[in-house]
Design a protein. Structure first.
Length: 486
């Protein structure tokens, strides 16, 4: 184990840092991965409690660590910073002078970031993740303490498996984070949603009549685990991004049975193939939306090899309606990617994705309004921006409104809107998991213009001045506050 600070060599290295910081609690009592762990974790998250290491799960033969990223402090520790804002600021500085606005600029900007460090992954020949090898009939997923989180779940799920695939024609690698339902001792359901890159890889393999190689890494170092969730363009390698965040190359190793590479310091690796044309019912699953997603047919992974470190630790996450551990993960993404999103939509001053909106249901954007219907222009630009296209509600406020102050945003949105003029309704793609849309994959969207209205927009009453106390009086009262007896 590395006796050093960030970047962490592996998950165990990160756990040492968390324990030293008082951010990890060990639970020695036997605990059931079916429902009991989920209830403990949910209570802990909502109390802003520590990461949890369950040392004696009653199913599986290894400890379970969970709630690694459940507070903003631990999320920052995972990425080696005091605040995740630092990464976004660093990216913003590196991108100056500004590149070409738009989607081409986003790709150029990320490519520029990647070239600033020696960040490409580094291949090694001998890896800790292959210290123990199970192949063929030795493969048994019951060794893993997978979770059933909610009573209506369709079975045991593995919720933080980093899934690796390659485009069958271009060879371009994708790293994604998808839930994995355990169907048997050696098969998993691959919940590849319609908008995901692995879905596209699988579609090409099926068209070619080929099976698709897949490798799943569980228990990676925290930066790689975060990078798997990052909304990168499909042609940007997540391991380049992880290397940039780490300031150090990620070590990779060739799999034993499939033509893929995985993080050398993962705790567990599953290797196998998805056969063309094969589907199996997957679900129900209690998801981050707070509702069960229904049973649908999804591809099946046949596992031919399972490799592990000696004494591996199994990493998972609980999903539920907010607040939950994915909240700080989503907030980190919002702050890290803001400079790149501002390249795509330069009008944006700041933005916030409220956790109760589970990140794709609501986006609050502040702008420096300059011309008529500027807010509506930004709404349409956001709906054309990569995965922000799935946003169902956009609220636009003026630049003097902090989009993270939800009380102030509500004050503007509730009071500054004439819905006959300031509400934009449209239809478009929605998240695969969206249960409210009448048709799966697409539905209605709304944009609310909560900015001050201009005469050139048809508002001729004279926008009123907001009440603000005189600064001199504020200073006077502040200086005399103790005299008042408070």
């Amino acid at each position: 184990m590395a006796a050093r600070g960030f970047p962490y060599e592996d998950l165990k290295d990160f756990l040492v840092a968390l324990e030293r910081a008082g951010e990890l609690k060990r639970i020695n009592a036997p605990v059931d991965p079916t429902l009991e762990i989920s209830e403990i974790v949910t209570r802990t998250v909502r109390a802003n409690g520590p990461a949890l290491l369950f040392e004696k799960p009653t199913r599986g033969d290894m400890p379970v660590v969970i709630n690694l990223f459940g507070t903003e402090r631990r999320m920052a520790m995972a990425l080696g910073v005091d605040s995740v804002e630092e990464i976004g600021e660093r990216i913003g500085e590196l991108l100056k002078p500004e590149l070409t606005p738009g989607w081409a600029g986003i790709k150029d900007g990320i490519s520029k970031l990647m070239q600033l460090k020696a960040v490409p992954p580094k291949k090694i020949s001998k890896a800790p993740c292959q210290e123990v090898v199970y192949q063929g009939d030795e493969v048994d997923l019951d060794r893993l303490p997978g979770l059933q989180m909610w009573p209506g779940d369709g079975g045991v799920f593995h919720n933080y498996g980093l899934t690796h695939t390659k485009h069958p024609e271009t060879g371009k690698r994708n790293l994604g984070l998808y839930r994995l339902q355990q169907h048997s001792r050696n098969t998993l359901g691959m919940h590849w949603q319609i908008h995901k890159d692995s879905t596209a890889h699988h579609a090409v393999a099926e068209r070619l009549g080929q099976r698709l190689p897949v490798a799943i890494a569980i228990g990676c170092d925290p930066v790689v685990s975060y990078a798997a969730s990052a909304p990168l363009p499909g042609d940007i390698d997540e391991y380049l991004f992880a290397g940039f965040l780490r300031g150090e190359r990620v070590e990779m190793v060739d799999c034993l049975t499939v033509p893929l590479q995985v993080p050398a310091h993962a705790q567990i690796v599953l290797e196998g193939y998805v056969e063309p044309g094969e589907r199996h019912p997957e679900g129900p699953f209690g998801d981050h939306t707070g509702f069960y997603t229904p049973v649908e047919p999804f591809p099946v992974l046949h596992i031919e090899a399972m490799t592990t470190q000696k004494n591996p630790i199994y990493h998972s996450i609980v999903t539920s309606k907010p607040p939950q551990e994915d909240g700080p993960i989503g907030h980190a993404t919002e702050r890290i990617f803001l400079p790149l999103i501002k390249m795509l939509v330069p009008d944006i001053v700041d933005m916030a994705m409220p956790e109760p909106g589970v990140f794709h249901n609501c986006l609050i954007v502040s702008i420096d309004k300059r011309y008529p219907k500027h807010a509506q222009k930004v709404m349409n630009a956001v709906w054309g921006a990569h995965l922000l296209s799935l946003t169902k509600l956009i609220v636009i406020v003026d630049a003097d409104c902090n989009p993270h102050d939800y009380h102030e945003v509500a004050f503007r949105a509730f009071g500054n809107v004439d819905y006959a003029h300031d509400l934009l309704l449209t239809t478009g793609p929605v998240d695969h998991l969206d249960h409210a849309s009448y048709q799966q994959f697409w539905g209605g969207k709304a944009g609310i213009d909560a900015t001050r209205k201009l005469p050139s927009e048809g508002y001729h009453r004279g926008w009123p001045e907001e009440m603000v106390m005189s600064p001199s009086v504020v200073d006077k009262v502040s200086s005399r506050w103790s005299e008042y007896g408070f």
